[in-house]
Design a protein around this ligand. Structure first.
Ligand code: ZN
Ligand code: ZN
Length: 347
C-alpha cells in the first residue's frame, strides 16, 4: 500500500486545493525529500492572481524549498538519505542552441524541466536537477533561509547583467524580496551608494537595515526627480527594476544617466507595451537589458553567498504557515503585509 501525503495544487487563478496524494518514489537519478520549508514567491502570487505563462493547471504548486532526503533513486552520487539539501526549480539541457551559447536560462526545453510541488510534505526532485542544481545546506542556515537558493540565483544573474563598477550609484526600484537581495549583492559588487525606491514604508525600512544608503517612497513624489537631485542632475550609474509594472519599467529608464545600464528584472503580463524616449536611449547611450531566471553557475553562487552570510534573507521571512494557509499567505503578500512566508508542511 502506498502512503499518502498532503500537497497544494493550483487549479487556475484564485483556485488552490489541498489534496491527498501518494508519496512519490524515486526513479533512477531522482531523490525524494521531506520538505522542511517551502518559501512563497512573487511568481506564485502572480500565477494565483492572474495566471502565468509557465503555470499549466491543474498542477502541484510551489517551487522554492529546502528539506531532508528521504529516499534516493539508483545512480545518485554525492548525496545520501538524511542529507539536508535545497535546489533550484529547473536545470537546463546543456545541448540546445541557447545552452551551447552559455544562456542556459533560455534553454528551449526549460518549460519541461521545471519542478513544481514544493507546498507538500514530500517532493520528487528530477534527475536533471539533482545532477546540476541540488546542493547540501551549509551549516547554520535554516530550511527557510536555504530555500532562498532559487530567488537568490535570479538576483545573482541580475547583478551580473547590471555590470556595476566600484563606486557606482545604483538605484533599485522595488523593495520586495528581489530588491532586498539585489541591494546586498550590489554592495558586494562594489556600489558606493544604493538608492532603494519602493512604496510601502515598512519595506523601505528593511531595505535600510539591509544596506540601502537612501530610501525613497513613491508616495512622497517623483522618484526620477529625486534620483537626479542626488546625482547632480545626471541620474544613476546603474538602475535595476524589480517592482513589476510598466510604470516602474519607464521610471527605471528615465532615471538612468548617460551611458548607464538599466536592467529590467521583473516580468510583466504577456503583451504589455512599454514606451520610452528613443532620444534618451540613442543619444545618451543607454544599455537596457532584460534578465530571466538563473543558471547552474548562479545557483551555485547563491548557496555560497547564503552559506557565507553575505546575503541576509532572515528579515524577508515574515513567519511560518501551514499547507492549509498558503492561499491566506498569498493574500498577505498581495496586501504587502508579508515579503515571503515559509510554508512548514509539518504544521
Ligand atoms: Zn521563486
Ligand atoms: Zn537547453
Amino acid at each position: 500500500m502506498t502512503e499518502s501525503m498532503r500537497g497544494v495544487f493550483f487549479l487556475g487563478p484564485g483556485q488552490l486545493e489541498l489534496r491527498e496524494v501518494p508519496i512519490p518514489t524515486p526513479n533512477p537519478g531522482e531523490v525524494i525529500v521531506k520538505v522542511g520549508a517551502a518559501t512563497t514567491c512573487g511568481t506564485d502570487l502572480k500565477a494565483w492572481r492572474r495566471g502565468h505563462k509557465l503555470f499549466k493547471p491543474p498542477m502541484p504548486f510551489g517551487h522554492e524549498w529546502a528539506g531532508t532526503i528521504s529516499a534516493l533513486g539508483v545512480g545518485v552520487t554525492g548525496f545520501k538519505e538524511g542529507d539536508q539539501v535545497t535546489a533550484a526549480n529547473s536545470a537546463p539541457c546543456n545541448g540546445c542552441f541557447y545552452c551551447r551559447r552559455g544562456r542556459q536560462q533560455l534553454c528551449v526545453d526549460l518549460e519541461a524541466r521545471f519542478n513544481w510541488g514544493t507546498y507538500a510534505e514530500y517532493l520528487r526532485v528530477p534527475a536533471h536537477i539533482v545532477a546540476q542544481n541540488m546542493h547540501k545546506i551549509p551549516a547554520g542556515l535554516s530550511f527557510a533561509e536555504a530555500a532562498f537558493i532559487e530567488p537568490l540565483a535570479c538576483a545573482v544573474l541580475c547583478i551580473k547583467y547590471a555590470e556595476i563598477s566600484l563606486g557606482d550609484t545604483v538605484a533599485i526600484i522595488g523593495a520586495g524580496a528581489q530588491g532586498l537581495m539585489q541591494i546586498q549583492l550590489a554592495r558586494a559588487a562594489g556600489a558606493s551608494r544604493i538608492i532603494a525606491i519602493g512604496r510601502a514604508r515598512g519595506r523601505l525600512q528593511v531595505a535600510e537595515t539591509l544596506g540601502a544608503d537612501v530610501v525613497y517612497s513613491t508616495q512622497d513624489g517623483d522618484a526620477v526627480a529625486y534620483v537626479k537631485e542626488l546625482t547632480d542632475g545626471r541620474g544613476a550609474d546603474v538602475v535595476i527594476e524589480a517592482a513589476g509594472s510598466a510604470e516602474t519599467w519607464q521610471m527605471a529608464f528615465q532615471m538612468a544617466r548617460m551611458g548607464a545600464t538599466v536592467v529590467q528584472f521583473s516580468g510583466l503580463p504577456g503583451g504589455t507595451q512599454v514606451s520610452f524616449d528613443a532620444t534618451h536611449l540613442h543619444y545618451d547611450e543607454i544599455t537596457m537589458k532584460g534578465v530571466f531566471h538563473h543558471n547552474p553557475r548562479t545557483v551555485e553562487q547563491a548557496i555560497q553567498l547564503l552559506g557565507a552570510g553575505q546575503v541576509n534573507v532572515k528579515p524577508m521571512i515574515d513567519g511560518e504557515i501551514s499547507l492549509a494557509q498558503v492561499e491566506d499567505g498569498l493574500g498577505r503578500m498581495q496586501r504587502s503585509e508579508a515579503i515571503k512566508l515559509a510554508v512548514n508542511p509539518a504544521l
